[in-house]
Write a protein that binds this ligand. Structure first.
Ligand SMILES: Cc1cc2nc3c(=O)[nH]c(=O)nc-3n(C[C@H](O)[C@H](O)[C@H](O)COP(=O)(O)OP(=O)(O)OC[C@H]3O[C@@H](n4cnc5c(N)ncnc54)[C@H](O)[C@@H]3O)c2cc1C
Length: 223
């Protein structure tokens, strides 16, 4: 068994280029023209504040995340999003390519509770041991997966347009969202506030969430 930390990779994009494209698309509605190098700033601020948000659907962002199965269940409720998810039906964790071990996400929210951590660790060890026993008996991962807990590490690639990202991040960066989701949504939102300020600066987030628990964010050329 291996205990792992979350990460988030964001596919590289040119924020200014994106915002200028959205400006050009949006101005079609009014038959108006780009007036200066930074006229997109005021235009986008107006688009967002007036709720004319279909215009920002013209651009999308893709991320790759390592999180737990619980966060997967929550995040895949967002329907206007495309997902590719590590499948517990096809991944056989008893095989060499998985290093014959199951990866579980570090339960950071009980990190200071020794007793709770002990119980969590025992449960994960038992789940892994019994998963391998079923696999040895010849059961396919399709069957063995019934023993996998919510803490199972799971890789997800997700793509959404900017309007849907605004919606997802508004819901999932708040203190009402599960902590394992906030681990990756808050760093993503902070990144988007920097790269696309005219589109994401108004979205609030749980500022009491400890940055030490953020997923490590890396911008990469290709997801
Ligand atoms: C704090 C929190 C607690 C939650 N607790 C629970 C829970 O206990 N149980 C549970 O089952 N779920 C729960 N959810 C999930 C929640 O009900 C939504 O399913 C999830 O947040 C997806 O959001 P959405 O439907 O707004 O958006 P998306 O699927 O992301 O869609 C975006 C928007 O498109 C529009 N839209 C999409 N599909 C339709 C449609 N079919 N008809 C009309 N408009 C549509 C809506 O305006 C929607 O807001 C919870 C979510 C949060 C954030």
């Amino acid at each position: 068994m291996k205990i792992v930390k979350p990460y988030i990779n964001v596919e590289k994009f040119d924020g200014v280029k994106m915002m200028k494209k959205i400006e050009r698309a949006g101005r079609t509605c009014y038959k108006s023209h780009v007036t200066s190098e930074d006229s997109y700033k005021k235009f986008l601020a107006n688009i967002i504040s007036s709720g004319h948000e279909s215009v920002i659907e013209h651009e999308k962002i893709t991320i790759r995340v390592l999180t737990d199965r619980g966060a997967l269940w929550d995040i895949t409720r967002h329907r206007i999003t495309s997902f590719s998810v590590e499948s517990s039906r096809y991944c056989n964790y008893s095989k060499d390519r998985f290093e014959k071990q199951i990866k579980f996400m570090e339960p950071f929210y009980i990190k200071n509770d020794e007793q709770a951590l002990k119980e969590w660790t025992e449960t994960m060890e038992t789940a892994e041991k019994n998963y391998f026993k079923l696999a040895e008996q010849g059961y396919k991962p399709d069957v063995c997966r019934m023993l996998l807990p919510t803490s199972l590490a799971t890789e997800i690639v997700m793509t959404a347009n900017l309007r849907e990202w605004r919606h997802i991040l508004t819901l999932r960066c708040s203190d009402r969202a599960h902590p394992t989701i906030r681990q990756f949504t808050i760093p993503l939102l902070l990144h988007l506030k920097e790269e696309l300020p005219e589109i994401f600066s108004d979205i609030p987030y749980d500022e009491n969430f400890d940055p030490k628990d953020y997923a490590k964010l890396e911008v990469i050329d290709e997801i």
